[in-house]
Design a binder for this molecule. Structure first.
Ligand code: TEU
Ligand code: CA
Length: 536
């Protein structure tokens, strides 16, 4: 399995280190904790790990504000711990990738501290500065985290640019010296033995914030001026050359790259191996997921990258509420149906920690239980605008990313076996019934699905074809000799295969299913039913 397309039959597992396992009882997950749990991951059957940022950071944005790219934050351990993790993972045949966060640094990175000192400072041009006054920013662009993309700095009477928090100033990729520094760092980690990167917010690295004619509302929304802007291809080519040197595995968080353009990023000549699309996460006003929208987005990405290109598949990550509540109805049956729906599509699936045991959203009842700075800021803004505290809380709780950041639920012991101390964020009160020991049924299904990806060429490399595309909640697709049918809802789904299906239903046998069944021309799928059939 040493081919360069090894990721076609691989499955990734995303670890949010702060909440995975705390080995030294200070309440914060750490690298030693990850090492302790490698055997669990090996047994699950995944092939590689994506570890969220453990770099040195003031932690304004969960470690996505890096103050030293070459150091591990003390709260997680040391560089030696990290090397040990790499070593132990590699011994088990698990590859490891980390976030590459190079759209911005922390405002406490030495480059920015220098940059802020004067207009003449040699590091000034590592960031994006423009003339402004305290009252008037250079343009009307809006940051992802609310407010202007500019923060005025009185000392030099200019403003600096940031698409996320003010503590995350954007780097100036036009500066060749900056790029050299970044490339040196990328090589350094690959030399150390890291197997690749998840490229954070990579589609934002190119922008023209000095072009004051570009208004924020251009095309489909306020963020267009810094989403996949022309010129980005030069930087991506330079990065690709490094990735190629090391055979690095790369997955880009590249919002703004349309499904129709994605193959240019991910095919044989593309910059990276695959892209996380962010479109399928759309929510209704009540915070619940839009299943029909979910289906439509996934089908479009699958089709647009069928002739060329490759998908990254996921239900959850550290930025989204838990899928069992967002797209499911909180039931185990819904978690299982969602697992089958996503895991057998064409692409590389990523499982987010806790998804495999059916972890749920957290019943937040007080603002003090939340941790994400931008959510708390949003709450404060709502209250300042006169909203009642409970209404403001209800609004942010609908889709706060804190839902997915609570500690991993290992067992029924105190604090769910996550820590022997006091956890940095409360453990979900349902840990007595939702934990690794108690959730063997869902875990078993994930293991079966991973095994299918490893063993069946049709699932790893086969084609994909969809049926009943306009059905509101039945998700039906064919991967060569496999037929996957999932009811992503509580309402029965009546499907007349006889009308659309080319092959004879008699030639199929059940591989997996939420109940024993034969394939027939007329099928009625019950609530959250899933079926996987294989042609004999
Ligand atoms: O998220 C970034 C992110 O979601 C945006 O790039 C996206 O394009 C935008 O929200 C459009 O919908 C990543 C991390 O996953 C997140 O945790 C960090 O807070 C963020 O980058 C900043 O580094
Ligand atoms: Ca710890």
């Amino acid at each position: 399995k040493d081919d360069k397309n090894w990721f076609h039959h691989a499955v990734g597992y995303q670890i949010y280190p702060k909440s995975f396992r705390d080995a030294n009882a200070d309440g914060i997950g750490d690298i030693q904790g990850m090492i302790e749990k490698l055997s669990y991951l090996k047994e699950l059957g995944v092939d590689f790990l994506w570890i969220n940022p453990v770099y040195k950071s003031p932690q304004v944005d969960g470690g996505y504000d890096i103050s030293d790219y070459y150091a591990i934050d003390e709260m997680f351990g040391t560089l030696d711990d990290f090397k040990l993790l790499l070593n132990e993972a590699h011994k088990l045949g698990l590859k490891v990738i980390m976030d590459l966060v190079v759209n911005h640094t922390s405002n406490l990175h030495p480059w920015f501290i220098e940059s802020q000192k004067s207009r003449e400072n040699p590091y000034r041009d590592y960031y994006l500065w423009a003339d402004a006054t305290a009252e008037k920013m250079p343009n009307d662009w809006k940051s992802f985290f609310g407010g202007s993309t500019w923060t005025y700095d009185d000392a030099t009477q200019q403003a600096y640019f940031h698409v996320f928090a003010a503590e995350q100033p954007d780097l100036n990729w036009k500066n060749p010296k900056l790029r050299e520094e970044i490339y040196k760092m990328v090589r350094w980690w690959l030399e150390l033995g890291l197997d690749g990167f998840r490229l954070d917010a990579i589609s934002h690295i190119q922008k023209e914030p000095w072009d004051f004619k570009i208004k924020s509302w251009r095309g489909n929304g306020p963020w267009q001026p810094f989403m996949n802007v022309a010129g980005i291809e030069n930087y991506m080519h330079e990065l690709k050359a490094i990735f190629d040197d090391y055979g690095a595995l790369t997955v880009g968080e590249a919002s703004g790259v349309l499904s129709s353009e994605a193959a240019n990023w991910t095919d044989e000549n593309g910059y990276i191996n695959m892209i996380f699309e962010l479109e399928h996460n759309a929510r209704r006003a009540d915070g619940s997921g839009d299943i029909y929208g979910f289906k439509k987005v996934l089908m479009r990405w699958q089709k647009d990258q069928l002739a060329r290109g490759w998908n990254a598949l996921y239900l959850e990550n550290h930025d989204q509420p838990r899928s069992i509540d967002a797209f499911g109805d909180g039931s185990l049956a819904s978690a299982k149906a969602l697992a089958v729906a996503i895991m057998l599509l064409r692409g590389t699936p990523f499982i987010y920690q806790g998804q495999e045991i059916g972890m749920t959203n957290f019943p937040f009842s007080d603002i003090s239980q939340l941790r994400s700075a931008e959510v708390i800021q949003h709450y404060d803004e709502l209250v300042a605008q006169g909203e009642r505290a409970e209404d403001a809380l209800a609004e942010i709780v609908l889709n706060t990313r804190d839902h997915s950041r609570t500690p991993m639920q290992w067992d029924t012991s105190a604090e769910s076996g996550f820590t022997a101390g006091k956890p940095w964020m409360a453990v979900n009160p349902n840990y007595q019934t939702v934990n690794v020991e108690a959730s063997q049924e869902l875990l078993g299904l994930y293991k079966d699905l991973i095994k299918l990806r490893h063993d069946e060429k049709a699932i790893s490399d086969g084609s994909v074809k969809f049926y009943f595309e306009r059905h509101l909640n039945a998700f039906v697709y064919e991967r060569d000799e496999f037929l996957i049918m999932v009811n992503l809802g509580q309402k029965k789904a009546h499907l007349d295969l006889g009308k659309v299906f080319d092959s004879s239903v008699k030639n199929y046998q059940q591989v997996l299913g939420s109940q024993a069944r034969e394939l027939t021309e007329k099928m009625t799928l019950s609530a959250w039913e899933y079926q996987v059939f294989k042609r004999k």
